[in-house]
Design a protein around this ligand. Sequence first.
Ligand SMILES: Nc1ncnc2c1ncn2[C@@H]1O[C@H](COP(=O)(O)OP(=O)(O)O)[C@@H](O)[C@H]1O
Ligand SMILES: [Mg+2]
Length: 556
Amino acid sequence: MLSDQDHIEGLFPEAAINWDLDRLYADLQTVSGKEIKAVEKACLRGLLCRYRPGQLAFKLAWTSGALRVELNKGLYRSLEAIANQPTNTLRWEKVPEWLENKGYKVQRQNLHSPQVNSNANASSPADSKPNSVDWGEAPNIHAFYGRTDEVAKLEQWIVGDRCHLLAVCGMGGIGKTAMVVKLAENIHTKFDYFIWRSLRGAQPTAQLLADLLQFLGFSQTGCGISDLLEILRQKRCLIVLDDFEATLQDGELVGAYRQGCEGYAEFLQRIGFERHQSSLILIGREQPKEISMNQGEDQLIRHYKVNGLQRQGAFELLRARGFTGSENGLEALVQQYRGNPSALRIVAGTIQELFNGNVSEFLKQTALALGDVLRTLLYQQFERLSKLEKDVLYWLAIKHRPVSLSTLRSQMNLQTSGSELIDALESLRWRSLIEKLTEQGEVMFLLEPVVLKYVNRKFVEEVSKEVVAIATQQDLKSVNLLRSHTLVEDLAPDSIRAVQIRLILKPIKDKLAKAIAQNNIELDVLREKLANTQPTQVLEETTYIESNLALIGVWW
Ligand SMILES: Nc1ncnc2c1ncn2[C@@H]1O[C@H](COP(=O)(O)OP(=O)(O)O)[C@@H](O)[C@H]1O
Ligand SMILES: [Mg+2]
């Protein structure tokens, strides 16, 4: 009945991110006086990742009943013992809380910390402080072409002119984040503290402030903007806030902040105008009005608009993607896509694949504007993918961060072999839809930023269709992605969950609410009907549907 040992040992590896598993296994062994079986370890990891016992059984290919018996006679009793709880009181959903109270939860290490002072010079004040650098969600940029003069100019603004506030703006995919990563790599050692944060989860101002102050070693209670400014006066700090547009409201005039984010106006103003020795770099699609109203090259508040790559950089990028540089039409290609690195990368794959590398032929057949190009190219690329490839892209979009092969495998609940998954990943990479990087010795995959936006939208569209069909047809026949993909991850870091809720769950719930209102559906009646018309195994045997429906609000 059991699947092979490797499969079991590879289940729920993400538990290791937050939990001291070795100590936990050792302590369990001590209290039980027996070796902990691989299946028990897997169940423990699963419970810590908030999987339900039914889901664990499914993943392990056990029946729910057999697994319950197995756990009741061993693991559950040992867990009660190390949590100092009375026998037979264990409820599986309490396990993470019990073990957290007993100190088995660990702080997640910063993925980028090995880069601390990677190019420090001897006089850098940061040298002696290993904790003074935090790259947060900044991506690793391996290949970076062109923009030498631009990076040098920004370096002069920040280091030479001691600019307080710099907004780096431009369209999505144009290369803002990559450029600021390069800039920060060059200059971060000149600061006492360097911290990078992405605001794509639209963190409220108070949350960001608390995060910054904690990093800067501010231990007193109360964490206002004044406390931050006090530190910015005493120490030279470089703060980068990426994806700043997430703090602004959608569909509003430029500059209105989301609820909870209104404090950013004062935050920017005070950092811009007050006396201190630090710098804040904002990256975003739009320029916040606190900057547009006050910026200037003779001011400490500045704005830099990022455009596409110049000819040289664009050619280098294309050469790296298989062109020799002598192809007819390469120049026109760069111009048509305004040197947009994302567009060039994607288009390069299409030209190689569909037009045998013939650029002129490609240009003859497609004469689209840049915005349309990205959308059309992505649409064409996406529609031609296999189901497995699409499923992988959806997963990577949900995760919103680099994912390892083993995590993908365990979460995808694949019927296919591991090698098929590897083939799919290779194929996606070859089409420039995903990127591969190595983090702490492990190979990870993530979506290209423009692709991420597209796939996220597509996922929301498809899932919304399923949800609306459930509401209007009052059954679960049309369920597909709801079964195979989670909408929000229980165990993701808060910032990622915030993104998943905002970009995935909320739009789906909005569409459902509309359908419910239009069709005069009563939610309680719908729930009743779903519970009655569906045999309960439909929910039990599947992985994500139950929790997804509960999140959306049509299940208890
Ligand atoms: N100068 C560059 N050379 C090579 N690749 C680049 C360059 N700038 C950006 N890219 C790549 O293009 C994609 C989009 O860049 P990114 O910096 O994420 O854009 P933005 O932040 O403006 O949305 C990324 O895959 C990035 O690695
Ligand atoms: Mg970016």
